[in-house]
Design a protein around this ligand. Sequence first.
Ligand code: DX5
Ligand code: ZN
Length: 224
Amino acid sequence: MAKFIVAPSILTANFLDLKSDLDKLKEAKIKWIHYDVMDYNFVPNLSFGPKILTDIVNSYNFNMDLHLMVKIENISVKEYLKPFLVKNVKQITVHFEALTKKQILEFLDFCNSNNISASISINPDTDVIKIKKYLPKIKNVLVMSVNPGFGGQSFISNSLDKIQKLKALKEENNYSYLIQVDGGINEETYKLVQKAGVDVIVAGSYLVGSSVKNLKERVAKLEG
Ligand code: DX5
Ligand code: ZN
């Protein structure tokens, strides 16, 4: 029985080879795909949106874990999220830094009424304390261990303290959220996040791309 949930991020894939990557992940018995949406506004990069998401869920049975690194402007949160509401989207993460308090409440309502796990992410510079009031209401906290925007960056180790703090808060208060980490996971850093008390490990360049030769062994290590 795996101790940790592994959610590969397909951001680092060569998109001309996406099918081959997804086939390999399926073959390695991966259940969750982490889908990074970027807007060239909250983060300095642009990735993909609802179209590629829909193509994936129409051909595969993965549970989809959406990580929205976006600001939402001139449109309601509900309207913005609607096109992402496709089969097998089980969890959506928004960034505490990107949305207003009102938008976060709208987001929580949207997730509740659509039976989606609501998740909030914090950047490396944001303290856990900032999202304290949301902790009883969410299913997942995503601790960024790189500044969001790109795959293949180096792990920032203040995420380990945050994971420990979130774990302590969860135990003290009987909260039910999972703790997820994203960014810079590799041969060395996965052990650190496992030890710190994470539940879900996102990995991009360590698991996805043509240079990854020993995928199954890597998945087994991350699963613990
Ligand atoms: C970064 C994304 C990550 C990214 C992780 O902003 O949110 O999900 O794909 O890539 P690695 O594991 O290579 O740091
Ligand atoms: Zn991500």
